[in-house]
Design a protein around this ligand. Structure first.
Ligand code: GLY
Length: 349
């Protein structure tokens, strides 16, 4: 029997739990003409076996190379070519089995195929379970700028199965943790309790089913109130204005950072005192300080000028206010950015 969803957003159910109890029964209740599963080189090997026995339809797979550098138009062309090859009609379903890259790009390819076919998100990373798969953002990077081309399109359903967390490295798990903690800072302080004074090595022992449900609840509440990011949804970008710039900067070096490592530093830097100490206390055990050299500052500023939240040439940060689900928007200058980075990173001046 089909299980009741944990959440519902824009008529699309969100399930947290074992795929056999969520996706399997849900699919049996649908009548798709055919199913195509989008995987990458990792999820094809490590995650597809958990999914494939649950599919009541004959299905084909498309496998793409893993990595953010492949989230582009060339890979979309490969996906659309496979859709053409398999004669995907408008009653077909695309299953996106992977992290944020697969979910965003697969969602975009499905949303544009024959003006839109159904897709479901089966996120396999903590980051995509708690954030990327929820809220209908789809898209790709363009000319080196993240998520420049895309559309808002709600998936037909989302299935977050914490069992996939075992397929992640410690570093990938921590990358997603930054988004979970972000949800704690912006909407649910109780969520943070499980992580205060926790040794990073104990992360895998946490009750992830329950923590994911708490974290997703924050995301669902924000995107329900503001689906197209006209206001409150900007708060989900807490830490990302500075974090994305740091992430892009380090991508071009010998020691790239994960998304979570960069946005954790972003959250600490963006938070004004007196709250900064508390934010740093929670994040620091999982995300050690990094070194940023003074010479990097103009590049970081240029990267921040690309941020979608900016308007009229001012760089804007959305950060949590005193109460849950409230925010303040700060405009900052290049000098402010230097000072903010100086406060937290091992900036060498
Ligand atoms: N990841 C931010 C958002 O969904 O708006």
């Amino acid at each position: 029997m089909e299980r009741k969803p944990d959440f519902s957003w824009q008529d699309s159910p969100v399930f947290v739990g074992n795929l056999a109890e969520t996706l399997g029964p849900w699919l049996k209740g649908q009548s798709y003409s055919q199913v195509l599963v989008l995987t990458d080189t990792h999820t094809h090997v490590h995650c597809l076996p958990r999914l494939q026995n649950l599919l009541p339809y004959p299905f084909h797979t498309i496998q793409i190379t893993a990595g953010e550098q492949h989230k582009n138009l060339e890979t979309c062309t490969l996906i659309w070519q496979q859709m053409l090859l398999h004669k995907l009609d408008r009653k077909s379903l695309l299953i996106n089995l992977g992290g944020g890259v697969i979910g965003d790009m697969g969602g975009f390819c499905a949303a544009t195929w024959k003006r839109g076919i159904d897709f479901i998100q089966v996120p396999t990373t903590l980051l995509s379970m708690t954030d990327a798969a929820i809220g209908g953002k789809t898209g790709i990077d363009f000319q080196g700028i993240k998520n420049t081309i895309g559309v808002f399109q709600a998936p037909a359903a989302v299935f977050a199965d914490p069992a996939f967390l075992h397929t992640l490295s410690d570093r990938e798990l921590k990358s997603g943790l930054a988004e979970v903690l972000k949800h704690g800072f912006i909407g649910d302080p109780k969520l943070l309790d499980s992580f205060a004074n926790l040794h990073p090595a104990a992360l895998r022992t946490l009750p992830w089913n329950q923590l994911l449900t708490q974290s997703i609840a924050v995301k669902v509440r924000v995107v329900t109130e503001d689906p197209k990011e006209k206001g409150l949804r900007m708060l989900l970008n807490y830490g990302h204005s500075i974090g994305h710039a740091i992430e892009s900067y380090f991508l071009g070096t010998d020691s790239p950072l994960t998304h979570g490592e960069a946005i954790a530093i972003g959250m600490i830097c963006e938070t004004p005192p007196p709250h900064q100490t508390r934010v740093a206390q929670i994040l620091e055990p999982f995300f050690p300080k990094i070194t940023i050299r003074k010479e990097a500052m103009p590049t970081l500023w240029q990267l921040m000028l690309q941020d979608k939240k900016n308007s009229s040439g001012a760089v804007r940060l959305a950060i949590p206010d005193e109460l849950p689900y409230t925010m303040q928007v700060l405009s900052i200058t290049e000098q402010d950015l230097s000072e903010m980075l100086l406060q937290y990173t091992n900036a060498s001046y």
